[in-house]
Design a protein around this ligand. Structure first.
Ligand code: PLP
Length: 220
């Protein structure tokens, strides 16, 4: 199967409320164009320089998402065009994004990354840190940054019960945060969870954004 076929297969399989985020990191521009020609418009990268290069060369109606760990000193390079930052994992990073978004006079959407995996290699906030962030003055005073949901990564494992438990936990954290902090705010509606190996489980637990790399473009 080629990339266009795989895109179509995902479109058919995914429920209509779930968006396909094509993770194009390390992949050449011709493969991205193949997906684009098949109608895909959302692409995600995890390195700032690679994202900038691809943004400059590829069609301007692509919606670029950033999915990696983002350093504060690099925020300014992607703020002029990035549509959604998936992995905001500190108040300081959020503060920086707001500052740069104000300078650009843009509104930037962000997801807060929650640590759900039982591995310490993955970034993210725990529930206390999430509460702290959502109760902070910085959060209350955001003007150019919108928190539109949460993101998380499950443990890399074949044990499906564990993946189910971790995505269920994230879904529950999302529901609690929505009720407590965003009850009057319809913008808080995205749950970014699921990759090539575990997106089916993520969709069962309410994912609205699946981040798919290798199942579309092949291994890295
Ligand atoms: C690389 C990456 C993906 C895609 O992973 P695949 O297993 O290739 O689908 C999704 N999310 C994040 C944060 C990634 O870094």
């Amino acid at each position: 199967m080629n990339i266009a076929h795989r895109i179509q297969t995902f479109r058919t399989e995914l429920p209509s409320h779930v968006q396909l985020v094509a993770v194009s990191k390390t992949k050449p521009e011709n493969q991205i164009l193949e997906a684009y020609t098949a109608g895909q418009r959302i692409f995600a990268e995890n390195k700032v320089q690679e994202l900038i290069d691809k943004y400059e060369h590829l069609p301007k109606d692509i919606e670029w998402h950033y999915i990696g760990h983002l350093q504060r000193n690099k925020v300014k390079f992607i703020i002029p065009f990035v549509r959604l930052i998936h992995g905001v994992d500190s108040l300081r990073l959020l503060e920086k994004i707001e500052e740069e978004a104000q300078k650009c006079n843009r509104t930037v959407d962000c997801l807060l990354q929650i640590h759900i995996a039982k591995e310490d290699t993955k970034f993210g906030l725990d529930t206390n840190e999430l509460a702290q962030l959502l109760e902070s003055e910085i959060f209350k005073n955001l003007k150019n940054t919108r928190i539109t949901g949460l993101m998380g990564m499950a443990t890399y494992t074949d044990v499906e019960t564990q993946i189910h438990a971790e995505f269920a936990e994230l879904a529950s954290i999302f529901k609690d945060a929505k009720e407590k902090y965003f009850a009057l705010n319809d913008m808080f509606c995205e749950l970014s969870m699921g990759m090539s190996g575990d997106y089916r489980i993520a969709v069962q637990h309410g994912s609205t954004l699946v981040r798919i790399g290798s199942s579309l473009f092949g291994g890295r």
